[in-house]
Design a binder for this molecule. Sequence first.
Ligand SMILES: Nc1ncnc2c1ncn2[C@@H]1O[C@H](COP(=O)(O)OP(=O)(O)OP(=O)(O)O)[C@@H](O)[C@H]1O
Length: 362
Amino acid sequence: MPDTSPPRLVVSGLSRAFGGAPVVDDVSLEVAAGQVTCLLGPSGCGKSTTLRMIAGVDRPDRGSIRIDGRLICDTTTFTPPEARSVGLMFQDFALFPHLTVAQNVAFGLGTDRAARQRRVEELLERVNLSGYGPKHPHQLSGGEQQRVALARALAPRPRVMLMDEPFSGLDNRLRDGIRDTTLEVLKEEGTAVVLVTHEPDEAMRMADEIALMRGGRIVQRGAPYNIYNKPVDKAAAAFFSDINVIRGTSRGALTDTPFGAFLTPGFADGAEVEIIIRPQHLKIDFDRGGRGPNPTAQDGTPARGVLQRARYLGRESLVDFRMDHDGSILTASVPGVFLPKPGTALWLMIRRDRCFVFPVSR
Ligand SMILES: Nc1ncnc2c1ncn2[C@@H]1O[C@H](COP(=O)(O)OP(=O)(O)OP(=O)(O)O)[C@@H](O)[C@H]1O
């Protein structure tokens, strides 16, 4: 039987202005039980304000919020935060220092002692901290404290979990492991999650769906694969990685470039376009006595450039070229170690299936 129950969380047309300046502008979201939606965007784009309205610590000027189909907030209704069944986790999550780990986790639970104890043990096991119950927060590492905070937030079985940059206070080396543990626990608990982050890697790692925000609006929503591979515009592409931009003019639905002609359907004759390509989708070939490889349907025509700088970053090498045709700099990334000397002439080709074409943005 198809599931006809409403999504766990439905946010419709949420808007908020401060001093007349819109900060959140017509934001809509649906999050199903067991799903993680990441609000992703640069600092100041309105992510935290959106989260605060869902939490009930701020009120929207317009729009509505529903949990399990129940209206908890619109311009006339306001359910207080503690009655929303919402769990919160923020960057500066503070455990109660005078309480033990077990008491921290049990904090929001009811009065049935045995049930409390069962839930605390269950959660400490889930976050791999069985046996830590009697310790105090100061005896724990930052990562362990973070896991206790997660257990505490999840203990009352919130219908929706709201997380604002929950990992940003942690050491880089700890982060990936804690992200994975957190995701596993959230999935086991089956709660709907809205996670705010400004880090694309974190969103790609955690999210079932990414809502990309800019200037208070959601500019694109979708699975990480789609957001990365079908960005709505140049800025959306650039948010996830360095990009290369090649400009041209569309004629007869084609744009001629030193890398051959690109299909640019839907553009009027004379329209200026930008062809966007990520560094990992540039292919490099060696110079064969002043010539590159032969053009192919997939990679187009090679164009010659002179290596300016090559850097080894561990997993890959990043190589900057000054292109012969116009002196522009293009950046290619190559898996592993690739460190030719500056001044080396090489040929670049562009993976046609990996390009995005947009109107010129000024
Ligand atoms: N209570 C407030 N009064 C006035 N301005 C506010 C208030 N809260 C937020 N703002 C402003 O709204 C804008 C968006 O803030 P918000 O915290 O939602 O952004 P964000 O995307 O979460 O960014 P960050 O990652 O830096 O927190 C900012 O310009 C901020 O200064």
